[in-house]
Write a protein that binds this ligand. Structure first.
Ligand SMILES: [Ca+2]
Length: 320
């Protein structure tokens, strides 16, 4: 981009507060230093502008009133689930013990983030484009089916997959949002904490309720199935969803009683890129078993593990 174009962007974004900063920059005697500082300032304005534009996508979010609920599963229920699904109890043991927590209100994404939405983010934040991530931040499958910044024809509304946890966090934070905490995800999947087994109720999954193992064998466009009672789509199946939380088998034994998250809610760039530990994923996928679709089921995934069965959605905090 030519310097003249950058100047026009500065003028377009100037408000009274920014004008003071620009005036201060011009007061510097060193021309070279002035140019360097101005470019940094311009870059910051450009990033801020791109992210604030993306913030208007809040029409795709549902307000969820917080409250108390009992997260997790008791031992007797775990025994019955073992009988029902035929998995060893160890497979479900991380859901124990049930524990009461309080959640603040928040906004929750109606859908998994789509290819079209993620492409817009990439164009505005080129450091996350395919081919630009350091090898340490992906497993070789980052945006595997994309041709540079272009996803396959006709896949605008498919959930973005083959993304990393780091890129998912960056996408959400760019819009002043964040990934859901594990607790928020379960609260929403259970229609604000009810006892239903799946987001739609207790009936076992079938081809009318969710995209899971035995279906068509790939992700489907978001909103292909009815939403839950809160108006939120594809919580069970289609693609697994990254949450903020670091995976811990025993986290429920020490979970704090209010707004729990195993880790941070927001990350600086440096802190984000240092995350190496597995993250909690929720909801099952197009390749997952019915047990994975349960509202309480927990699983984990490496943060750099771009895969064709894992995507994400965002949460926005309520500010006063
Ligand atoms: Ca899902």
């Amino acid at each position: 981009m030519q310097a003249r174009d950058l100047n026009s962007i500065v003028l377009k974004n100037v408000n009274s507060k920014n004008y003071t900063k620009i005036k201060a920059v011009y007061a510097l005697n060193s021309r070279a230093r002035m140019k360097r500082i101005l470019l940094v300032f311009i870059s910051a304005l450009m990033i801020q502008s791109a992210c604030q534009e993306a913030d208007s996508a809040d029409l795709n979010m549902v307000f969820v009133e917080g409250g108390l609920f009992v997260m997790g599963t008791d031992s007797l229920t775990l025994d019955s689930l073992v009988d029902h699904y035929g998995f060893p109890k160890a497979y479900l043991a991380s859901e124990f013990p049930p524990h009461e927590i309080a959640l603040s209100s928040f906004f929750f994404g109606k859908t998994e983030v789509t290819n079209a939405e993620f492409r817009k983010f990439l164009l505005e934040n080129p450091e996350w484009q395919k081919g630009r991530l350091p090898d340490s931040l992906h497993n070789g499958n980052y945006l595997r089916h994309w041709n540079n910044n272009v996803y396959p024809d006709g896949e605008d509304d498919l959930p973005v997959v083959n993304v990393t946890w780091h890129s998912a966090v960056a996408y959400c934070q760019c819009q002043n949002k964040r990934l859901p905490t594990e607790a928020e995800w379960e609260f929403v999947a259970r229609n604000q904490g009810d006892m239903k087994k799946y987001p739609w109720g207790n009936a076992e999954p079938d081809s009318t309720k969710a995209n899971f193992h035995g279906g068509i064998g790939r992700p489907l466009p978001v909103k292909s199935f009815p939403p839950n009672e809160l108006g939120i789509f594809d919580l069970a199946g289609n693609v697994w969803e990254f949450t903020l939380d670091e995976w811990s088998q025993d986290y429920y034994k020490n979970s704090p009683p209010a707004d729990p998250v195993n880790g941070h809610k927001n990350y600086s760039d440096d802190d984000l890129l240092r995350v190496k530990t597995r993250r909690v994923i929720r909801g099952g996928s197009w390749g997952g078993s019915p047990v994975n679709l349960r509202t309480r089921f927990r699983d984990s995934h490496p943060p750099n593990g771009a895969g064709d069965h894992v995507g994400f959605r965002c949460v926005k905090e309520v500010t006063s």
